[in-house]
Design a binder for this molecule. Structure first.
Ligand code: ADP
Length: 424
């Protein structure tokens, strides 16, 4: 699938998701309103029925149309204007509320106008909540009326409505789960795509890396096949040397790939020993890198914090680690390479800083360069060879020593890698 179609699919998925979320919020809001209205009308019906029955018992024919008032969401009053028998009230109220499917705790209070006081208050519980925990509504005292009335207060209205909305809550959770699965699937698709691109890049790099030496070997062997070459031993030796060098180069490449590919699977066996850092650095630089850098007109300098600095590490792997970073410092430099190596030492361990004046690495690429097979897209510098395995190997080795590697870099200015190896 092309990048463009994948991007379109993701944008569509994000838009649909946003639409579904907004829709769900809208409907939940509506459902809450609806539940509140249903509750209000059920309570009003129940209270009206209670009022009708109380008045009937008192042989009172007053109309009950506007007898029930909602003072606030949880608090209702019923103006009876007649004698209220609290035992009967309690009984009828319970029955009528149950008939309307209102199964939540409430407090009944009865106001008597003769002594201008509440003559009865009782907490009716469906749960085990201690009634002493139940504060009376704020409007309770303000709302004393001159006539007899009874009131009903629902302290747990919120919990009741939440229970009533259980299906909505479950469907919202299912939606969240579905969105999570969708995001995860998109994440997997992107990761798979990235992996397949990395694999393609790797195969391309590999082909590129092996093609050139193989072509050189092929041409050289063609020349050697010429029977007249024997007359020219100098030429013969020249071509034989080319073949030998390219074969060594190829063998190194194959070994590097195998070693680095293996480094991801198993932990590498380290043969740690204590040795002086300075001679190791000098050996690497003098033998390989100084001549290479000098041939390009550049220089490499080493500044040791102390000639005595010792590290406890695997000598061979440390050589490879420093070699990989120096290889890169030269490879990714379009200018004359100038490299500085310095070391610092403290009670915890030794830091080796390797600074170059190369092309630098942008912030967004910096976090990926230690990933296996990762190569920064270099645009017109496409000819720089590599497999994207070097820095991954370096990181693994540093970590296996209990240390780490850090990098700071600025585009077009250069990079500085810092290897930390802890003390024994
Ligand atoms: P490669 O085989 O591609 O060199 P590495 O793992 O050594 O693989 O490096 C990963 C990528 O990090 C390289 O492709 C390169 O783009 C970038 N990189 C590494 N070192 C440097 C450096 N010193 N300067 C600029 N870019 C670098």
């Amino acid at each position: 699938m092309s990048n463009k179609s994948l991007r379109i699919i993701v944008v569509l998925a994000v838009l649909c998701t946003a639409w579904v979320i907004v829709n769900q919020f809208f409907w939940i809001k509506k459902a809450v309103e609806l539940e509140k209205n249903i509750f209000n009308s059920n309570v009003t019906i129940a209270l009206k029925n209670v009022a009708v029955q109380l008045l009937k018992m008192n042989k009172n024919n007053s109309p009950v149309d506007s007898i029930v008032s909602k003072v606030e969401d949880k608090y209702y009053t019923v103006q009876i204007n007649d004698k209220i028998d609290t035992v009967v009230l309690k009984h009828i109220l319970k029955r009528e509320l149950l008939a309307q499917q209102i199964k939540t705790d409430y407090t009944i209070s009865v106001f008597d106008c003769e002594n201008s006081n509440m003559i009865y208050t009782e907490y009716i519980s469906y749960s085990n909540t201690d009634p002493s925990d139940m504060p009376l509504p704020s409007v309770y005292s303000k709302n004393k009326k001159s006539n007899n009335y009874f009131s009903v207060y629902f302290p747990h209205l919120k919990d009741f409505l939440t229970r009533e909305m259980a299906t909505w809550i479950v469907s919202s959770l299912v939606l969240v789960l579905f969105l999570f699965i969708l995001s995860y699937t998109i994440f997997i698709i992107f990761r798979q795509k990235r992996l397949s691109e990395i694999q393609k890049d790797f195969v391309n790099n590999m082909t590129h890396e092996f093609k050139t030496p193989l072509a050189t070997i092929k041409i050289s062997s063609e020349v050697l096949k010429n029977p007249n070459i024997i007359q020219n031993p100098e030429r013969l030796l020249n071509y034989a040397t080319i073949i030998s060098n390219e074969t060594i180069h190829l063998t190194h490449q194959v070994e590097r790939v195998l070693q680095m590919a293996k480094s991801g699977k198993d932990s590498i066996q380290l043969n740690k020993e204590e040795f002086s850092l300075s001679p190791l650095l000098q050996e690497i630089i003098d033998k390989t890198y100084k001549p290479l850098i000098r041939s390009r007109g550049g220089d490499i300098v080493v500044q040791m914090s102390s000639e005595e600095t010792k590290i406890y590490a695997d000598r061979l792997h440390m050589k490879n680690v420093i070699g990989n970073i120096l290889d890169n410092a030269i490879k990714y430099c379009t200018d004359t390479p100038n490299i500085q190596i310095r070391t610092t030492e403290n009670k915890d361990g030794v830091n080796i800083f390797i600074k170059d004046n190369g092309i630098g690495i942008s912030k967004e690429n910096l976090k990926n360069i230690f990933n296996k097979f990762y190569r920064i897209p270099t645009g017109n510098l496409h000819d720089v060879k590599g497999f994207g395995l070097g820095l991954n190997y370096v990181k693994i080795i540093c970590r296996q020593h209990g240390g780490d590697i850090k990098v700071t870099s600025e585009l077009d200015k250069g990079s500085e890698f810092c290897i930390f190896i802890p003390k024994k």
